[in-house]
Design a binder for this molecule. Structure first.
Ligand code: FMN
Length: 207
C-alpha cells in the first residue's frame, strides 16, 4: 500500500472532491500510488474506444487538469485532433476508490508547455522517445524498439535530447468526475460536472 493517509469516508460532497484532488496530487509524485497508473481512453480513428495505461504526470485542481506524456508518433494526437474527448479511469485498492474523469484534451508538442515537461523528464523516460520505430507500427519480427547502444543503459543528457522531437504532452481539462468509494456499510458515489468555470452538477448517485 502506498503512503495514502488513512482517510475516514467523507460524507459530504465538497470534502469528497477535495480529498480526490489531494489524492491525485499525491499519486503524481508517488509511483507506488495506484492512481499513478490510470487508464486513459480515447475514441479511435475507426470509432472504437482505445484504452491504455499511462503515467499520471500532473493533477491541477485549480485548472481541473490531468496530464500525461506520450510519443507524438503514436495515433493519439490524430485521435485527439478528431475527437478531443478523453476519459480517465483510476482505481485505488487501499480505500477502494474508483474515479472516472473526462474532459477535453489539448496536445502540446512544440510549445513552452512541452519544453517545460521535457525538462522535467528523467533520462530513463527519455530513452522511450529515442525508439526508432513509431509506436504501434507493425514489425517484421520482434524488436525491442530501442537504439542498439541503449538496450541495457540509459542515454546521457546529450543523447537524450534526440528524443525531444518525439515527445508530446496531453492535457485534459476535466468537466466530469464520478467518484465511487466502496464500503461494507454503504458505498458512496458522487458526480460533479462543470461547464467552463461553472459547476453545473454536484450530486450523490446511486452506487
Ligand atoms: C505501466 C505503464 C505505463 C505506461 N505509461 C505510458 C505513458 O505515460 N504514455 C504513453 O503514451 N504510453 C504509456 N504506456 C504504454 C501505453 O499503455 C500504450 O501501450 C502505448 O502508449 C501505445 O498506445 P496506443 O496504441 O494507444 O498509442 C504505459 C504502459 C504501461 C504498462
Amino acid at each position: 500500500m502506498s503512503n495514502t493517509p488513512d482517510l475516514q469516508p467523507a460524507r459530504d460532497l465538497p470534502e469528497q472532491l477535495s480529498v480526490t484532488w489531494a489524492q491525485l496530487r499525491l499519486a503524481v509524485a508517488d509511483a507506488k500510488h495506484e492512481w499513478h497508473l490510470p487508464v486513459v481512453s480515447t475514441i479511435g480513428l475507426d470509432g472504437s474506444p482505445e484504452a491504455r495505461t499511462v503515467v499520471l504526470r500532473a493533477a491541477d485542481e485549480a485548472n481541473r487538469e490531468l496530464v500525461f506524456n506520450t510519443d507524438r508518433r503514436s495515433l493519439k494526437p490524430r485521435e485527439i485532433e478528431r475527437s478531443s474527448r478523453i476519459a480517465w479511469t483510476f482505481y485505488e485498492r487501499g480505500h477502494r476508490v474508483q474515479l472516472r474523469m473526462s474532459g477535453s484534451a489539448t496536445i502540446h508538442a512544440d510549445d513552452a508547455i512541452a519544453d517545460e515537461a521535457w525538462s522535467r523528464t528523467s533520462l530513463s523516460s527519455r530513452r522511450c522517445y529515442l525508439a526508432p520505430h513509431a509506436p504501434s507500427s507493425i514489425l517484421e519480427a520482434w524488436d525491442p524498439n530501442l537504439p542498439q547502444d541503449l538496450l541495457a543503459s540509459i542515454p546521457d543528457q546529450t543523447a537524450s535530447e534526440g528524443g525531444r522531437s518525439n515527445f508530446m504532452v496531453v492535457r485534459t481539462r476535466i468537466d466530469r468526475l464520478d467518484r465511487l468509494e466502496l464500503h461494507h456499510d454503504g458505498h458512496l458515489r458522487g458526480r460533479w460536472r462543470w461547464a467552463g468555470e461553472e459547476v453545473v452538477e454536484t450530486s450523490w448517485l446511486a452506487p
